[in-house]
Unconditional design. Structure first.
Length: 278
């Protein structure tokens, strides 16, 4: 298979969908102009809002979301495949008023060809005093997703999912040669764990790991780590932005590298049943 030119978009998403679209669209245009055929944006591409009432005021279904609609139009105009790393949208589940944190894969005709709702939600009290309760606002998804693209199968994950290696193994065993990890990592966890986790998931799966990130100090007061990264199937960092400013990261994926890594270490074929610890 021919190498695939990609781009990761690093954003500092504003607190309104209209501003978010105005922020991300020029970066996507830059990526397409640079030759990228698959472009990926971070988690929460459509807005970042901590306040629940303010978030509720802009929350809509993905079919009517300003950013989702605008990026579908842009993918069609530019003739590129686009992964909205995630949009915060109404979940569509009766009786649950929480949102979904949803990845949407868009083809070069502007059609949504796959969606994935984040499985693992981030509830934590950090030593810095930061307190996050994602489960209060986000309904976790119910299943893993691998999507077909012209370049092979793409596994979909979001941010905190990176800490659950069993998900990544399942995606790889389902045929994924690349896995997306759009994120909005906090600074303490990003500094300590971001690159290590990305490289570990690549090594364990023999996949390309594609991790576009939110970056810097946001309007709602949160600060995110940035450092968007592409990791190769052998665990090497193939491309990285070494900062927390908005930008575009280009890389080229060689899918022969997936075959080489999995041939050298065929761990995906070596599972054995075992009794659990007592």
């Amino acid at each position: 298979m021919a190498p695939l030119p990609i781009a990761l978009i690093q954003t500092r998403t504003p607190a309104s969908p209209a501003a978010a679209l105005a922020h991300v669209a020029p970066l996507i245009r830059e990526a397409a102009a640079g030759g990228a055929r698959l472009i990926l944006t971070p988690e929460a591409t459509n807005f970042l809002i901590r306040d629940r009432d303010a978030r509720e005021a802009v929350l809509v279904a993905d079919e009517t979301d300003v950013v989702v609609g605008g990026l579908r139009d842009l993918a069609r105009e530019l003739g590129v495949w686009l992964l909205i790393g995630s949009a915060i949208v109404r979940s569509g589940h009766n009786g649950d008023d929480r949102a979904a944190n949803r990845s949407l894969l868009i083809d070069d005709a502007g059609a949504v060809v796959a969606t994935y709702d984040k499985l693992h939600v981030y509830d934590v009290d950090l030593p810095t005093g930061e307190r996050w309760r994602e489960s209060a606002a986000i309904r976790p998804g119910d299943g893993a997703v691998v999507a077909d693209t012209p370049w092979g199968r793409l596994g979909l994950t979001i941010c905190y999912d990176i800490r659950f290696p069993q998900l990544y193994r399942a995606l790889a065993k389902a045929g994924a040669g690349m896995i997306s990890v759009p994120a909005a990592f906090t600074v303490p966890t990003g500094e300590a764990h971001w690159e290590t986790l990305l490289r570990a998931r690549a090594i364990e799966t023999g996949c390309w790991i594609l991790a576009p990130a939110q970056a810097g100090l946001h309007e709602d007061g949160r600060r995110t780590w940035g450092r968007s990264t592409v990791v190769g199937p052998w665990g090497e960092v193939a491309a990285r932005l070494d900062h927390d400013e908005p930008g575009v990261l280009f890389a080229t994926l060689d899918f022969d590298a997936v075959t080489r890594a999995r041939t050298a270490v065929p761990q995906l074929t070596h599972d054995r049943a075992f009794a659990g610890p007592q």
